[in-house]
Write a protein that binds this ligand. Structure first.
Ligand SMILES: Nc1ncnc2c1ncn2[C@@H]1O[C@H](COP(=O)(O)OP(=O)(O)O)[C@@H](O)[C@H]1O
Ligand SMILES: [Mg+2]
Length: 324
């Protein structure tokens, strides 16, 4: 058995819009590869529109990749037999707990219904729902089980969503900006709950966030994406304390992270246009360190595949040397 829960290989997603001969194509995800180890929290960090949610939706089989391969415990997720099992093994938690809960149903129903459908409860469904509510800190559970979503707070709703997900006994949770709609302190409570549950249930998480602070708080490793490509990946502390890619440095500067140690000064290049360069490094318009060669040749990820990797010419010498 491999040590990986998930192996993502050369994942691509091209969206087409328009009609017949006037099709617009847009590549949202470009050659993304990474592994998620058992029990690990890997954060995918990047600004809005960088392809994070698209990656998450491919991994959870909500949309089809244009190309590439996703293995779960070594099995392709499109394997016919496996396809039915997958929705239980990988669960998603979304950004908006308000949208995730039907306003016409009680919290107890929202958590209990999937248990009924999947025959997951050993005792009665109500007993199991009370147990799950307690596990996510909605206590006393009897006070919450018959409440409607409008009667509880945003943080409590996200806890209820997590309880529903836990009921299906997943092994991997893909959390897409799980705290970005919550107040900071409530968000930290939710992150602490997720960390506790990882220990108790031996879960693995793919945490998607635009906030490097949350990534640092939760993740073992961090993968930074820009314009659909991985630009840097590595151990979370290393990426935060010694960021290499200019984009990672920029993100650190703009992230209000109270735990951050000082990072080197970086000149911010103002660039309002969101069009991407046709060739060369995708980040060249916003990079303070851009050179002529960055503008013509596309840049590979330098470094060893299981360790630190950076898509930047500044590190070509250093990392190619390490690779050898
Ligand atoms: N169904 C779709 N059709 C066309 N374009 C899409 C679709 N879904 C996402 N995109 C585009 O792909 C890019 C990446 O989107 P997304 O993965 O949601 O980014 P993120 O989650 O990092 O903010 C965006 O430019 C978005 O507009
Ligand atoms: Mg998103």
């Amino acid at each position: 058995m491999s040590n990986y829960k998930l192996q993502v290989k050369e994942l691509n997603k091209i969206f087409s819009s328009g009609v017949m001969f006037k099709k617009d194509q847009f590549q949202a995800v470009k050659n993304i590869s990474f592994n998620l180890r058992k029990g690990e929290i890997l954060a995918i960090v990047g600004e809005s529109g960088s392809g994070k949610s698209t990656t998450a939706r491919m991994i959870t089989n909500l949309i089809k990749p244009t190309s590439g391969e996703i293995l779960y415990d070594g099995t392709n997720i499109n394997n016919r037999k496996f396809k039915r099992l997958l929705p239980e093994k990988i669960q998603m938690v979304f950004q908006d707990p308000f949208a995730a809960l039907n306003p016409n149903h009680t919290i107890g129903y929202a958590i209990g219904r999937p248990l009924e459908l999947k025959k997951k409860a050993k005792g009665t469904v109500r007993e199991r729902v009370l147990e799950l509510l307690t596990q996510v800190g909605l206590t006393p559970a009897e006070d919450f089980i018959d409440k409607y979503p409008y009667q509880i707070s945003g943080g409590q709703k996200q806890r209820a969503v997590i309880a529903r997900v836990l009921g299906l006994e997943p092994e991997v949770i893909v959390a897409d900006e799980p705290t970005s709609m919550l107040d900071v302190s409530i968000g930290i409570d939710i992150m602490n709950l997720m960390l506790d549950l990882r220990e108790e249930k031996k879960l693995s998480y793919l945490l998607i966030t635009h906030n490097l602070g949350s990534a640092r708080y939760m993740a073992d490793r961090i993968m930074v994406v820009f314009a659909g490509e991985v630009v840097e990946i590595g151990n979370a502390e290393e990426v935060i304390n010694a960021p290499k890619h200019p984009y990672t440095k920029l993100l650190l500067h703009s992230s209000p992270d109270p735990w951050r140690t000082e990072v080197e000064e970086i000149e911010i290049v103002e660039f309002a246009d969101t069009t991407l360069p046709k060739q060369g490094c995708k980040f060249q318009y916003r990079c303070p360190f851009v050179t002529e060669s960055c503008k013509t040749v596309s840049i590979p990820l330098y470094g060893t595949s299981n360790d630190r990797q950076v898509r930047c010419n500044l590190y070509r010498e250093e990392l190619v040397h390490e690779q050898a």
